[in-house]
Ligand binder design. Structure first.
Ligand SMILES: [Zn+2]
Length: 420
């Protein structure tokens, strides 16, 4: 009996310790990741001992075996099975207890405040221990009540018109917001039931900006890096209309969005310039090319078109008399696109290369970059700068990049130094 109650006491102490650790580290994880994972408390409680005492020792045995050239396939399969169990349980916990997310901008003030609150909770002034836990939880409830709908409501006082290009590695996903209306251009990469930038990047962004529904979704073509997130989009995000080169995203079609704000009406015109007729959307040159005209800026989205489609566009006169401020470079800055004639015709103020850094295909190609430099375009490499935001509310376009303006951190700089 004595042993049993000693075991019970140990278990209880472990539960208390884990709960205390999970609760007291909330401020730090919140200020760094903008997320409070409720399920982490349960996951830490059950999975930390499981991984520490079972999975990890088995991994060490496997590793030593590998170093000594001893093959243990059954042990390998066992570890693999156990890890799958861990991953599945994590997914299950997340499903039952979804995380509280404020994945928008977390200001310096709130970071300092959360950190001080964290220290306060950790201080031994809250005694006995249960009081300490209760104190921590109530401070947090009050904090969330006060701040969640105020400071983090960055949708409030939102700029009238913004254009965001997300950092989705090699691929494109961009969003135009006009007041409360939002339009998505491509979804970035993704795979049904596995991963998608829609879930990882777009959804948290929309949540932070208080956007509940997309008005239009345009898919340039069906390559993975542009349309891979379609499955997740259907599952996770409300939208009204979908346009693809198979149906409506073809030359001749246009859309108009009007949005009233306090002082004036914002009007946006979107014109499809290419392809000439509905296509499978499976080839680069079948990409839907869109021209977006706002009061203060013109944006050209060129999908993955290559030189021959560029030539057709130039010959058709569709690009004549257009003053392009922002261009998402065709085909991520590949050498197959951005021909000299195209670049000299467009002469964008800003050219965006929607690709990772480094890029496995060497995008953007140095020749392409120098072509744009020659027409004095400002080069914006998403992989290097992080996500890009243009504020188009005023005649002067305001540019912000994630790593320089929105989330400037010392480690971005040290990584950049390492890459050189
Ligand atoms: Zn592409």
């Amino acid at each position: 009996m004595g042993e049993l109650s000693a075991f019970k006491d140990k278990c209880l102490a472990f539960v208390k310790l884990q709960s205390f650790l999970s609760l007291s580290t909330i401020p730090i994880t919140f200020s760094v990741f903008g997320t409070i994972s409720v399920s982490a408390i349960l996951a830490n409680l059950l999975l930390v001992p499981f991984v520490s005492f079972i999975v990890l020792p088995l991994c060490v045995i496997l590793l030593v075996g590998l170093m000594l050239d001893v093959n243990m396939p059954s042990l390998f399969y066992l570890v693999d099975f156990l890890m799958q169990m861990v991953v599945t349980s994590l997914g299950f916990f997340d499903l039952c207890l979804p995380a509280i997310k404020y994945s928008g901008d977390v200001s310096v003030v709130s970071t300092l405040l959360t950190f001080s609150l964290g220290l306060l909770i950790l201080l031994p002034i809250w005694s006995p221990k249960t009081l300490s836990l209760l104190g921590g939880v109530s401070v947090w409830l009050v904090y969330l009540y006060i701040f969640a709908d105020n400071e983090f409501d960055i949708g409030k006082g939102a700029k009238n018109v913004t254009f965001n290009v997300f950092d989705v590695g090699h691929g494109n996903a961009s969003l135009l917001r006009v007041g409360q209306s939002a339009l998505l251009f491509d979804t970035g990469a993704g795979k049904a039931h596995e991963y998608s930038h829609v879930e990882q990047v777009l959804q948290p962004f929309l949540r932070a900006k208080r956007v509940k529904k997309l008005k239009h979704v345009f898919i340039s073509h069906f390559d993975q890096d542009h349309a891979g997130g379609l499955f997740a989009l259907h599952q996770k995000i409300d939208f009204e209309q979908l346009h693809t080169p198979q149906q409506t995203c073809v030359k001749g079609n246009h859309w108009e969005i009007s949005e009233d704000n306090n002082t004036s009406t914002e009007q946006i015109f979107i014109k499809a310039l290419w392809p000439l007729r509905p296509s499978s959307g499976n080839h680069n040159n079948e990409s839907c090319v869109l021209m977006i005209e706002t009061k203060n800026a013109n944006i050209l989205l060129a999908g993955d078109i290559e030189k021959s489609a560029e030539e057709h566009l130039l010959a058709s006169g569709a690009l004549d008399k257009l003053d392009i401020n922002i261009l998402i470079a065709p085909h991520h800055g590949s050498r197959s696109s951005s021909s000299l004639a195209f670049v000299q015709k467009i002469r964008p103020d800003f050219v965006i290369f929607a690709t990772s850094n480094p890029s496995r295909w060497g995008h953007p190609h140095s020749e392409v970059v120098s072509r744009y430099l020659r027409v004095e375009s400002k080069i914006l490499h998403v992989g290097q700068l992080g996500a890009i935001e243009f504020d188009l509310s005023e005649p002067q376009i305001k540019l912000s990049t994630y790593r320089e303006h929105l989330y400037n951190r010392w480690y971005f700089k040290s990584w950049a130094a390492l890459e050189q």
